[in-house]
Ligand binder design. Structure first.
Ligand SMILES: [Zn+2]
Ligand SMILES: [Zn+2]
Length: 260
């Protein structure tokens, strides 16, 4: 089998029971995360759907795997179809059930845009690529928790990038899985289903947490906890300019940009 294996996924050990599963062969540099408890494992997002993330996760744990969706955009639900136990916030659930309101061809062209085909698995063929559509097994709301067995993860509803966007907070370790709310790159709140004001309020909401480690859904993994305060200040600057509304454009800050 080994010569058939692809290098599509990069596994980074955050600690003994927490792993980043990254897809650096695509310009979006998507990260999914596997959190292993005593009785269960939680997979935060399933990535682009280019490689088989279930096989990858099963190399790291033999426990039953539950999938939780930070939000239902195509680049984070690519492998959802490989799993049965899927949780999503109620405000994004309709996108999983009915499909995203984006033409499939648009998504497919984004999947193969700047793709490093030297890394893609042999089985990957864009013509067979299907955007996930299916029924979640659990509908989430703010404050819900996942009990993984001596490990507890809390849902924080952080709308703005999408209506049902969530961050996942592990208070005991100080880990905040930020999805598309916080990362080093361009933060998006410009398309119709986004809401710049809610995005700002969500950043404010998480800014009081005592975060030890930010674990984002895109780009660099080495983000210092004070980065949240920088994004918070960025949104405050935009608000003071009276520009915190859609169509205002791109605002560049030192380590990130905000597009609204
Ligand atoms: Zn997104
Ligand atoms: Zn994303």
């Amino acid at each position: 089998m080994s010569d058939e294996m692809s290098n599509w996924f990069t596994i980074e050990k955050i600690d003994e029971t927490t792993f980043a599963i990254s897809e650096y062969g695509h310009w979006e540099e998507v990260h999914s995360y596997l959190l292993i408890g005593d009785t269960k494992a939680l997979l935060i997002d399933t990535g682009l759907g280019i490689g088989n993330i279930k096989e990858e996760a099963e190399k790291l744990t033999a426990l039953p795997i539950k999938v939780v969706t930070t939000h239902a955009h195509w680049d984070h639900i690519g492998g959802h179809g490989l799993f049965h136990d899927i949780a999503v916030h109620k405000e994004d659930a309709h996108w999983l059930i009915k499909g995203l309101p984006i033409p499939e061809q648009v998504i497919k062209s984004n999947v193969i845009k700047d793709l490093n085909t030297g890394l893609t698995p042999k089985e990957f063929n864009i013509h067979n690529y299907q955007v996930f559509k299916g029924n979640p097994s659990e509908i989430l709301k703010d404050g819900d928790t996942f009990d993984l067995g001596k490990r507890s993860i809390r849902v924080i509803h952080t709308p703005g990038h999408s209506p049902g966007h969530i961050c996942l907070w592990e208070e005991e370790r100080g880990y905040l899985f930020t999805g598309d709310l916080i990362y080093k790159g361009t933060l998006y709140a410009f398309y119709p289903s986004t809401n710049p004001l809610q995005f700002k309020q969500s950043v404010d909401k998480i800014s009081s947490l005592e975060v030890v480690k930010i674990l984002p859904a895109h780009h660099a993994l080495d983000i210092k906890p004070d980065f949240i305060q920088k994004v918070k200040a960025g949104f405050e600057t935009i608000e003071k300019l009276g520009k915190l509304r859609q169509g205002s454009g791109i605002f560049a800050f030192e380590e990130f940009m905000i597009q609204i």
